[in-house]
Design a protein around this ligand. Structure first.
Ligand code: CP
Ligand code: NVA
Length: 301
């Protein structure tokens, strides 16, 4: 059983194969209508459940379109509308779903929910974001970096802002793909201690981005953060906004990434988001290609 639960729990060889396959699948589809089927149909006669316990635009649409392009069918389920939201255990839900579908993608709150789903499902399970990680996003981000700037190995990536779930998957990727990762943000919003050793800290954002090949940020308030923390977080993070002044300290060809959705002119200015170094919409597109490759990998015998 091949689950795609996290970047650090997938081998370096498999991660590389997924990225290369995603790029090949993207090239093979170039210029074709979105609704056209892929030439090969690895998900033909396959049924995929897409479960969302949190909102989503990109994950929801890119998985749905990706499954259809590969010949499969999807059902999009909201956690709140399932018995999952009314007390049925994750283990029982996993065993039941495994009798109906061939693959499960789940976006949830607690990592424990994802892990219990994977433990009891007899079909592959894919992590579509938890409070702790967002591996599908970072697979798309590595693919996007390499499309624009070549191999990511040995390059310098700088994260400015909250040490959140998306950062955590970047930290896992830094080790697996061999790039240098610097975190710049306020101490109260440091990444969790489990990630220590995977990145370096530089509190001064201008110094942090010196020599950066890629500057990344994300929302200051994630879906699992209490709204009551909003004002405090904005005050803590204001100095870590990615703006033109900060980007000017990085390499001239440094890329800018944001997984989206963004709060324009909070964590990043519109000038940067819409500027020549920004690849935010390529990242969004590459979710489709990267996840198609992840699903193929999960279903390979
Ligand atoms: N980046 C990302 O996962 O976006 P959604 O929340 O819209 O799925
Ligand atoms: N850190 C954000 C990412 C959204 C795709 C969140 O968890 O809300």
């Amino acid at each position: 059983m091949k689950h795609f639960l996290d970047i650090h729990t997938t081998s370096q060889e498999d991660l590389r194969a997924i990225i290369d396959n995603a790029a090949a699948m993207k090239t093979a589809r170039a210029g074709r209508p979105r609704g056209a089927l892929d030439a090969d149909q690895p998900l033909k006669d396959h049924m995929v459940a897409l479960i969302f316990e949190k909102p989503s635009t990109r994950t929801r649409v890119s998985f749905d379109v990706g499954v259809r392009q590969m010949g499969g069918q999807t059902m999009v389920l909201s956690g709140a509308d399932m018995q999952l939201g009314h007390g049925e255990t994750i283990a029982d839900t996993a065993r039941v779903l495994s009798r109906y579908v061939d693959l499960i993608m789940i976006r949830t709150f607690e990592e424990a929910t994802l892990l219990e789903m994977a433990e009891y499902a007899t079909v592959p399970v894919i992590n579509g974001l938890t409070n702790r990680t967002h591996p599908c996003q970072i697979m798309a981000d590595v693919m996007t970096f390499e499309e624009h700037s070549g191999p990511i190995r040995g390059r310098k990536v700088v994260w400015s802002g909250d040490g959140n779930n998306v950062f955590a998957s970047f930290a896992h990727a830094a080790k697996q793909f061999g790039f240098d990762l610097t975190f710049t943000g306020p101490p109260p919003l440091d990444p969790e201690p489990a990630l220590d050793g995977l990145y370096t800290i530089e509190r001064d954002p201008a110094k942090a981005v010196e020599g950066a090949d890629l500057v990344v940020t994300d929302t200051w308030v994630s879906m699992h953060d209490p709204q009551s923390a909003r004002e405090r977080r904005h005050n803590q993070l204001r100095g870590y906004q990615v703006n033109a002044e900060l980007m000017a300290q990085a390499r001239p060809d440094a890329l800018f990434m944001h997984c989206l959705p963004a709060h324009r002119d909070d964590e990043a200015t519109s000038e940067v988001m819409d500027g020549p170094n920004s690849v935010i919409f390529d990242e969004a597109e590459n979710r489709l290609h990267a996840q198609k490759a992840i699903m193929r990998w999960c279903l390979e015998r």
